[in-house]
Design a protein around this ligand. Structure first.
Ligand code: TRP
Length: 68
């Protein structure tokens, strides 16, 4: 839960959407990134999953992956 991951926007208007931990999975956070911006984040007590919409590179301890 304490690992960091990094999202780097490769275009304007990338959405980083945090989704809740627990019985119901809901959006709890929407962050908008423009091209070149990065977000360094952790999973927390409140956030168990992240949905990324738009072109971005995601760096995790499991490796790197791109969204489109
Ligand atoms: N307030 C949220 C939380 O503590 C913020 C957050 C943490 C978040 N990790 C995130 C938002 C990852 C988006 C993506 O749970």
């Amino acid at each position: 839960m304490n690992d960091y991951f990094i999202v780097k926007a490769e275009e304007d208007g990338v959405n980083v959407i945090g989704m809740t931990r627990g019985a119901e999975t809901k959006f709890n956070h929407l962050e908008k990134l423009d091209k070149g911006e990065i977000m360094i984040a952790q999973f927390t007590e409140h956030t168990a999953a992240v949905k990324i919409r738009g072109k971005a590179t995601v760096h995790t301890k499991y490796g790197d992956i791109s969204s489109e």
